[in-house]
Design a protein around this ligand. Sequence first.
Ligand SMILES: Cc1ncc(COP(=O)(O)O)c(C=O)c1O
Length: 407
Amino acid sequence: MEYDVEKIRSEFPALERTVNGRPLIYLDNTATSQTPLRVLEAIREMYVSHKANVHRGVHTLSQEATDLQEQARRHVARYINAHSEREVIFTRGTTEAINLVASSFGSLFPAEGEIILTVMEHHANIVPWQLLQSRRPGLRLRVVEIDDRGVLDLEQYRRMFNEHTVMASFAHVSNVLGTINPVGEMIRIAREHGVPTLVDGAQATPHMRIDVQALDCDFYVFSSHKMYGSSGVGVLYGKEAHLDRMPPYQGGGEMISHVSFSGTTYADLPFKFEAGTPDFVGIAAFDKALDFLEEVGVDRIAAHEEHLLRLATDGLRSEVNGLRIFGEAPRKGAVLSFLVGNEHPYDFGMLLDGLGIAVRTGHHCAQPLMERLGIPGTVRASFAAYNTEAEVEAFVAGVARVAQMLG
Ligand SMILES: Cc1ncc(COP(=O)(O)O)c(C=O)c1O
């Protein structure tokens, strides 16, 4: 079946708007994707017909809201091939999911130990471990390097494991370089040493189908808003045996079995980790975002994006003098980070916005990586299911024009 990008675009009302008098060309998909009508309609439907607190009421609305939330949980579990829906915890996003693991699972670490990260991590997979470290000064962070193409040094990673290693936590796909890490192999190496793994899948799940049982990771985390869903919803997948052992992360309603001032018992999984009213509206709508990914086919989306990435890369290379691309790994997702000469990325972003082109500029929440690359930031274009060849051509022409204006 042909990839019908116009049909896909027709589901995204945001793509119809103009910016600075030009049609919007949205190339900041790594930060967040736009939202299809079916998700918007699901949100509206929740507010119009089913807005009631979940798991709390016997009344019809509450039961409907609960059913819709739990239907989404079952869908997520199927989508990532979790062993059980008890292993799917809803969080506010990838960031909260990693904080949950670092805080709760981290509290079970021995007093002394080493946590392996990589230099390409988003701050969301650095700072939670540093916070843990500030409470547990015997823990040490070890950082795996990359080569000049942005490929992870797998040998260094392998050598880093020793009897002190307590955890390995790494991105599946880099949000700056686009590098797709060999997470299957990385998990296998960790497993050989009996070390649990967390995979930050924020940039993988919009572009590839994940099978957590095949990967055999201990934790896998991602965000709905990067997968055509709404903001405020994320997923922590964790192996049930770990989640069972882990203490609650936050306390409050939903996560208890019985509360008294002499002691409290906690709810079963997954609710033990879902204190307070969840974003049941966004969770119910996430069900529809997964429908979208399944209907279009995430593999077909990835192939389309890869084609656009190649066009954009070749286009910039032939049209723009002084171009430097950051991230040239052989296995790379649809992210194009670059600089032109000594121009500041911010100026590029502002001038491209004047042409209706939305790109990201700055350090992309990956300051240690910027330090490694010896730059303050990059301009980053990133592609999604609905981007077109014409948009890529306009982007290349736009960058060439801005480079000329600045140069
Ligand atoms: C690799 C990676 N990890 C974590 C995050 C944080 O995601 P969120 O802000 O949805 O929690 C991002 C967001 O850009 C990311 O790209």
